[in-house]
Design a protein around this ligand. Structure first.
Ligand SMILES: O=C(O)[C@H](O)[C@@H](O)[C@H](O)[C@H](O)COP(=O)(O)O
Length: 252
């Protein structure tokens, strides 16, 4: 895994409403999946939790593009370490919004481990198992390259479960790690790390609401990733911010 990244300016798209944002991101995601399938056979995407990320999945249901859902590998950028099916799990919310409505291949839906069974009470083991699973998907044991990594962002600039000031931000070897003391509930989470995020072809931020505007301005203005983790995320081929006008209000 190589965490180098191209230096390019992000694309910034501003929409009148969060609904318009979700619809535009869904349409572009469908087109990107179709292109990836035509170029490489399978599209690989990482989903995000959070209200805007889930709204994009819901919008994807009504996009007309001819996605071959049997050829989409679905991963998560992070998940909340809770029992399977818990309503606060990111995968459960993605099921409700999209995955239970389209003909995905269940064997290609790579859920992060839940707080039960072999992993009950052991978020570290869960993170390790997810990394092993990802590495088992390539012949050389590398992490599969994502076509698109979707990212929500918190008002503090966090992405995935990478929070300001945390040791998780410094991880450069491990692809998947545990967070034990998340400032956003629940405390325990599993997250992909910067090296995986920044190996993605495309990184898309999905951000709505005036409470996010200061962090958007900081992250787009390349503030320190230690203070605003979103500032440290970029795609190899492109980085796009999908913003509603409230989240964009401090950009100039
Ligand atoms: O599991 C999670 O909570 C996340 O993946 C997290 O990084 C989320 O995307 C942001 O907190 C934005 O969430 P909102 O869009 O709800 O503000």
């Amino acid at each position: 895994m190589n965490s180098q990244h191209a230096q390019h300016s992000p694309e910034i798209l501003v929409f009148d409403s969060s609904d318009a944002l979700a619809s535009a991101a869904a349409q572009r995601l469908a087109a990107t999946i179709v292109t990836a399938q035509s170029d490489r056979g399978v599209a690989r995407i990482a989903l995000t939790g959070g209200s805007t990320g889930i709204a994009v999945l819901r919008a994807l249901r009504s996009v007309g593009n001819p996605i071959d859902w049997g050829k989409v590998d679905i991963f998560w950028g992070d998940d909340r370490f809770l029992p399977a099916g818990h309503k606060d799990r990111n995968d459960a919310q993605a099921d409700e919004a999209l995955l239970s409505h389209v003909p995905v291949d269940a064997a290609r839906v790579y859920r992060m481990p839940c707080d039960e069974g072999d992993f009950a009470g052991d978020v570290t083991a869960g993170a390790r198992a997810y990394e092993e699973k990802l590495r088992s998907l390539t012949p050389d044991g590398n992490i599969p390259q994502l076509d698109v990594h979707l990212l929500g962002m918190g008002p503090d600039g966090h992405i995935n479960s990478l929070f300001p000031g945390k040791a998780t931000l410094a991880e450069r070897e491990r692809a998947v790690i545990a967070e034990f003391d998340s400032p956003k509930p629940p405390l325990q989470r599993i997250t992909l790390t910067y090296p995986v995020v920044n190996s993605s072809r495309e990184v898309w931020f999905l951000v709505a609401g005036a409470d996010k505007a200061p962090a958007v301005a900081k992250a787009v203005g390349r503030a320190s990733p230690a203070d605003y983790p979103a500032a440290g995320a970029q795609g190899r081929d492109g980085t796009t911010w999908f913003l509603d006008k409230n989240a964009a209000e401090l950009l100039r």
